[in-house]
Design a binder for this molecule. Structure first.
Ligand SMILES: Nc1ncnc2c1ncn2[C@@H]1O[C@H](COP(=O)(O)OP(=O)(O)OP(=O)(O)O)[C@@H](O)[C@H]1O
Length: 255
């Protein structure tokens, strides 16, 4: 099976008023299906820039990205949006939930444009919330009534509701105390046991240590655990088309 994430010799250069800012340098990284990888590194090293590329929110200036075998550079905007919504679940430090809506409505939001009937959307949201470990009696609560840890569980459920292959989490425990962060991390471990591929950015070495593998970015260069740099030998890159992607919907189920 090809890696879920396969980036090769990626560079990202931003044009700024002060000139060209070369932020990512020759980064290569593969992540296998079901793997849990932590990306760590100091502030400003390029972690979010890399995560934006992995999440198809940004494109590299040079290099190749194969996502589940798809060559991302060959996708148009509509196809990229489809990949983002169906194959990738995003979890952020600041939760990014709508505070005046209920838990259930927040989790159902990504399904609005799927064309599923309301009942089916609700079923999927309930299943995702169960997977994320939020108690049932909280489903009709407003987000503003929840604790930080509960909010992050809702955000994880929202990321899961489309049954994506990959979960990308940017400092998901950054706003939580360490005990709550640890509990949220348990949700990621549980997701990994269901076959999800997880890439998590963290500053916290204790969180990073829980991943299968840690990669570190310093000054835009990637360092793999136990090796000097992240470069891979150059290989010819082909890629599949969007319709070749496997449909791995599992219709939920609790962990
Ligand atoms: N759109 C952009 N244009 C110009 N420079 C950018 C842009 N986005 C990011 N940068 C620069 O790239 C560098 C890396 O930023 P990035 O946010 O990826 O770092 P980070 O490791 O995620 O930092 P933090 O841990 O503080 O979130 C920074 O110097 C930032 O100013």
């Amino acid at each position: 099976m090809p890696p879920v994430i396969d980036i090769r010799h990626i560079h990202r250069v931003f044009e700024t008023e002060a000139g060209m800012a070369h932020i990512l340098h020759n980064i290569s990284l593969t992540v296998a299906q079901g793997e849990f990888v932590a990306i760590t590194g100091p502030s400003g090293s390029g972690k979010s820039t890399l995560m934006n590329i992995l999440g198809c929110l940004d494109t590299p200036t040079a290099g190749t990205y194969l996502l589940e075998g798809l060559n991302v550079a060959q996708l148009d905007d509509e196809e990229l949006a489809e990949v983002r919504s169906e194959r990738i679940g995003f979890v952020f430090q600041s939760f990014n939930l709508l505070s005046r809506m209920t838990v259930l409505d927040n989790v159902m939001l990504p399904l609005v444009y799927t064309g599923y009937a309301h009942g089916h959307r609700e079923e999927r949201a309930v299943s995702a919330l169960a997977q994320a470990g939020l108690p049932v009696d909280h489903y009709d609560h407003k987000i503003g009534e929840l604790s930080g840890g509960q909010m992050q569980r809702v955000a994880i459920a929202r990321a899961l509701v489309n049954d994506p292959a990959i979960i990308l989490a940017d400092e998901p425990t950054g706003n939580l105390d360490s005990a709550t962060g640890q509990m949220v991390l348990e949700s990621f471990h549980a997701l990994q046991r269901t076959g999800k591929t997880i890439v998590l950015i963290t500053h916290d070495p204790h969180i990073a240590a829980e991943a299968d593998r840690i990669v570190t970015i310093r000054d835009g260069r990637l360092f793999h655990e136990g090796s000097a740099d992240g470069s891979l030998p150059g290989t010819a890159v082909s890629g599949r088309t969007l319709s070749d992607l496997p449909h791995t919907r599992s219709e939920g189920g609790s962990l």
